[in-house]
Design a protein around this ligand. Structure first.
Ligand code: BG6
Length: 483
């Protein structure tokens, strides 16, 4: 494995603490880190190396999925150095380059540099510009950029950001994080389809009645009012995570699973996605906002009463939509998506509902449940197949039964572990290509404009419910229901 320098912008931030350091630690104990690596943490705080190391240590103790061994921790921390930097100030970057080079010399490592931008998107532009001027990217080895979401605020700003980044990094050097692509069960979708002829044979419009993607959350806006009120569920979840799940479930399986093929197939899905027009947004997309309600026996306030939310905000905290993929594979199969805050349960899952043969069941039982393939992504992880079977204990009635495999939650790697490990290896399969990001924004753009003009209804739903009634009506139109 190549030796490597991580240059981490945003090293004192929340994401670094909760996700990045625990991921690095777990990779370290699993020997998935290169033998020699250097982490240079950057932030505005005036920390010493020791203070930084203690913070990393605390973060790993608090958030790591595996237990921490003191001795291993000490070895791990030896790779960490801190450099105080105001990333808007050009001058500090010369010093940074020196620090990076010094460590490379000390450790005798090749100049493979992974620049990790985990900062506010407002700073992306200036950081990239200063990185470019600093010489950090003139390396003898490789250079890569890991960049966190949000990648743009709309189609135009995403294009602008990409133009900016592309002046310094080539597409093959850019790793756009969508942490949903790092979830083990999302990475399992292709394998499930690929390795099971039974499923592969049925994975198309002939046998599938509809597909449903749900990402419901119990939490509300939390302390992120300033961010969330400007983005809503449409930008926070749909443009990235949900559309990525849609691509992963509906792409045509490539002959060989590699980054180029997978990303090409995903792009094709997005190119076939039926575009929305502002005229039909209200019909195809339901937006909701949570009102007050009860969750886990506790009264919770409505969105408008949350701290920091401007009076009368029309922001969407829930989105449901019906999508069509106009290609030979999926013609006529509706894809339903829904996501929201303050819903009844935390659950991310994909449900594939199979057709009944010729519309009729041999047993003429109107209540016969459809066959379902349920892929539970989080917090539960597993796959369930719903079949029908005769229950001799109940007068031989047909009843749904579930063939179920579920994964012990604790031993699965975290999304960030899988993603960082891939970035180190140079494998872009589970990172969003620019084409996907651009086409996703393109699909979402008429929705953004409609909401900007406020010409679609905003449905208030009770906190603790599964969203507004209108979302049920949307799916009932074709005679289906949410699973
Ligand atoms: C983030 C969103 O990208 O994903 C959050 O900004 C959301 O609002 C989170 O809560 C959900 O991720 P997960 O992994 O908990 O489903």
């Amino acid at each position: 494995m190549d030796s490597i320098s991580f240059i981490l912008f945003g090293s004192t931030g929340d994401l670094a603490k909760r996700k990045i350091y625990p991921a690095l630690y777990n990779l370290f104990i699993e020997k998935s880190m290169p033998q020699s690596f250097s982490v240079i943490g950057l932030g505005r705080r005036d920390w010493s190396h020791e203070e930084f190391q203690r913070n990393v240590e605390d973060a790993v103790y608090t958030f790591s999925r595996s237990s921490v061994d003191k001795e291993t921790m000490e070895q791990f921390l030896q790779s960490f150095r801190y450099h105080s930097l105001d990333l808007t100030e050009r001058e500090g970057y010369d010093q940074l380059l020196k620090v990076v080079q010094e460590r490379e010399n000390e450790l005798n490592i090749v100049e493979n540099r992974m620049i990790y931008l985990s900062v506010s998107p407002k700073l992306f532009d200036i950081a990239i510009s200063n990185i470019e001027k600093s010489g950090l990217t003139d390396t003898k080895g490789w250079k890569r950029l890991i960049i966190e979401k949000p990648f743009g605020h709309d189609l135009e700003s995403a294009r602008e950001l990409n133009r900016r980044i592309s002046t310094v990094f080539e597409e093959k050097e850019i790793y756009r994080i969508d942490h949903y692509l790092g979830k083990p069960m999302v990475q399992n979708i292709e394998a499930l389809e690929h390795s099971n002829p039974v499923l592969q044979a049925l994975w198309n419009k002939e046998y599938i009645a509809n597909m449903q993607i749900t990402a419901s959350e119990i939490v509300g806006v939390e302390s992120r009012a300033g961010y969330y009120d400007k983005v809503g569920a449409i930008r926070d979840m749909v443009q990235n995570h949900i559309l990525q799940l849609l691509m992963m479930t509906s792409m045509h399986l490539p002959h060989e699973m590699n980054a180029e093929n997978v990303r090409n197939q995903k792009k094709k899905v997005m190119e076939s996605l039926r575009p929305l027009t502002k005229a039909n947004v209200a019909k195809e997309v339901i937006r909701g906002q949570y009102g007050p309600g009860v969750i886990n026996d506790e009264n919770v306030p409505g969105y408008l009463d949350e701290e920091g939310i401007p009076a009368g905000s029309r922001n969407d905290t829930f989105i449901a939509a019906r999508l069509w993929i106009d290609n030979d594979f999926w013609e006529g199969v509706p894809f339903y998506i829904r996501t929201g805050k303050r819903m009844k349960e935390k659950s991310t899952r994909i449900v594939i509902e199979f057709k009944s043969p010729e519309g009729k069941n041999r047993f003429e039982d109107e209540n016969l449940a459809p066959n379902l393939l349920i892929i539970e992504i989080s917090p539960n992880k597993g796959v369930t197949l719903q079949l029908n079977s005769k229950n001799s204990l109940n007068n031989g009635k047909l009843e749904p039964v579930h063939i179920n495999f579920s994964k012990d939650q604790s031993d699965l790697p975290e999304a960030y572990e899988l993603l960082i490990a891939d970035a180190i290896k140079g494998d872009q399969t589970y990172f969003a290509h620019w084409n996907e990001v651009e086409l996703s924004w393109q699909w979402v753009q008429p929705i953004l404009e409609t909401y900007e003009e406020d010409t679609a209804p905003l449905h208030i739903y009770e906190a603790g419910s599964m969203g507004p009634k209108a979302a049920n009506e949307l799916i009932n139109k074709e005679g289906f229901r949410w699973w």
